[in-house]
Design a protein around this ligand. Structure first.
Ligand SMILES: C[S@@+](CC[C@H](N)C(=O)[O-])C[C@H]1O[C@@H](n2cnc3c(N)ncnc32)[C@H](O)[C@@H]1O
Length: 448
């Protein structure tokens, strides 16, 4: 006789699995604790048994992904605090593993620094993209050390529209830490993908993120710590130290222009308003901090003087993994030569190698936020679009300020570029704040 299935039981199991997946993906993405969705209280109550509490731990803080690519320590600690509070509210018997895990995190607090962390984004097939990011939205005078909502939005759109990029040469402008590009390279069979940006620390971390996510086999953080990579270790220390010096978690308020956004990943769950003022190129990785002596200092070489003379940054990449061009401004990933990183400054197109790139499709996420940079960005778009004629650009922008958006549209028209708004992604893949509208513009040289 066939065993009868209790429909309530299977429905309950389904809810539990859904909740565990929801918690796990939000946790790995470092969704602010206060904004984390627990489904409803009734569903949350399902995980109140000791066995299911352990499953929550294994979906989050004890997840193998979290061990390899950990979110910020303060974030993990806050998550555990929130879990314990929830269980207390439910009057649940809290299992020892929950307290042990929390205590473990509290003891780590003293010796770990928390300026860089991993955020892991889960794709529809369960595949993951882990990016090393700053815990703060704006740091070191750049917005490029965090992943912005527009990059997540554009990545979601790409996952739903892979045909747009398949078999095409793609150039991404102001790519930041690489989420859009890594997702594009995973989801579409691109002919080539060139990640471009102009900020030295952004380019350094971007190269690391590409190594982690697009090399086969992937290079792990453990490999990064090998003795052969001493220079990388120094670079990481330098970035972390600069981040801890320039970080101000409380003063992320509106700029005079009124251009602002809600932050997506503040570790304490505090709602953040981020300044989006002009980025500074910071071409010099070896810059000295005032009054600081450090035996690990990266020496300022003659090359640095060349940079200071305005001839552009040199990419600081691991040559075992990247093949650099003569000027060290373009690097090709050895593990996948379709992928390259290029130093490209929209304001210095005569000296930047990237401006002569061949692109079938140009991408950009959250690159339209600073009115002063719009003219050079649009001139570069025209330069890249005109020769191909059939080339297209897809620019995703968080519309924080109508004036900035209008200035961009007017600049496009005056450069002879036409545009239309494309339909955004239908499915919500990532857990970013969707209150501020994000728009994807398709831009072409000739009217469509
Ligand atoms: C708001 S961030 C967006 C980063 C990424 N696309 C995202 O959405 O997560 C803007 C990016 O544009 C880059 N950027 C700003 N001005 C630039 C310029 N003049 N030339 C090249 N890149 C620039 C910054 O370095 C930064 O990475």
């Amino acid at each position: 006789m066939a065993a009868s299935i209790d429909p309530n039981m299977s429905c309950r199991r389904h809810h539990i699995e859904e909740l565990l997946e929801l918690l796990g993906t939000q946790f790995l993405e470092m969704v602010p604790i206060r904004k984390m969705k627990w489904k409803d209280e009734e569903t949350a109550a399902l995980v109140a048994t000791p066995q299911l509490q352990q499953r929550v731990l294994h979906a989050t803080v004890l997840n193998p992904v979290c061990r390899l690519h950990p979110p910020a320590l303060s974030y993990r600690t806050h998550f555990m605090k929130q879990l314990i509070q929830k269980l207390e509210q439910l009057d649940a018997e809290i299992c020892d593993e929950v307290y042990e895990t929390y205590t473990d995190l509290l003891t780590q607090r003293e010796d770990d620094d928390d300026t860089l962390c991993y955020k892991t984004y889960t794709l529809p097939d369960g595949d993951r993209v882990s990016l090393q990011e700053s815990v703060n939205l704006v740091s070191q005078g750049t917005t490029g050390l965090s992943t912005w909502q527009a990059a997540q939005h554009l990545a979601e759109w790409i996952v739903e529209n892979p045909g747009v990029l398949s078999d095409r040469n793609i150039v991404e402008l102001g790519c930041g830490l690489g989420l859009t590009g890594v997702v594009a390279c995973r989801a579409c069979s691109v002919k080539s993908y060139t990640f471009t940006d102009f900020h030295a620390q952004v380019l350094f971390l971007l190269a690391k993120n590409i190594e982690t996510n697009l090399s086969h086999p992937p290079s792990s953080s453990l490999q990064q710590a090998s003795p052969a990579d001493t220079r990388d270790k120094k670079m990481f220390r330098k970035i972390k130290r600069q981040l801890s010096l320039t970080t101000d978690k409380t003063d992320l308020s509106c700029t005079p222009s009124g251009d602002h956004s809600l932050g997506a990943g503040e570790d304490t769950g505090m709602e953040v308003q981020a300044v989006l003022s002009p980025d500074k190129p910071n071409n010099n990785m070896g810059v000295e901090e005032a009054g600081e002596e450090d035996e690990d200092e990266i020496s300022v070489s003659e090359d640095d003087e060349v940079r200071a003379a305005g001839n552009g940054a040199k990419l600081e990449v691991n040559e075992a993994r990247w093949e650099l061009d003569g000027k060290q401004q373009t690097a090709v990933l050895r593990a996948d030569p379709r992928v390259s990183v290029c130093w490209l400054d929209w304001e210095q197109t005569s000296t930047t190698p990237g401006s002569s790139l061949q692109a079938d499709v140009i991408l950009g996420a959250d690159v339209v936020y600073d009115p002063s940079i719009i003219p050079s960005l649009v001139r570069l778009l025209r330069k890249l679009l005109e020769p191909g004629k059939k080339s297209k650009a897809f620019i995703a922008s968080t519309v924080r300020n109508e004036d900035t958006r209008d200035a961009f549209l007017i600049a496009l028209s005056s450069e002879g570029l036409s545009y239309s708004v494309v339909e955004g992604p239908k499915q919500e893949l990532f857990h970013y704040d969707r209150m501020v509208p994000i728009e994807i513009l398709k831009i072409t040289f000739q009217p469509t």
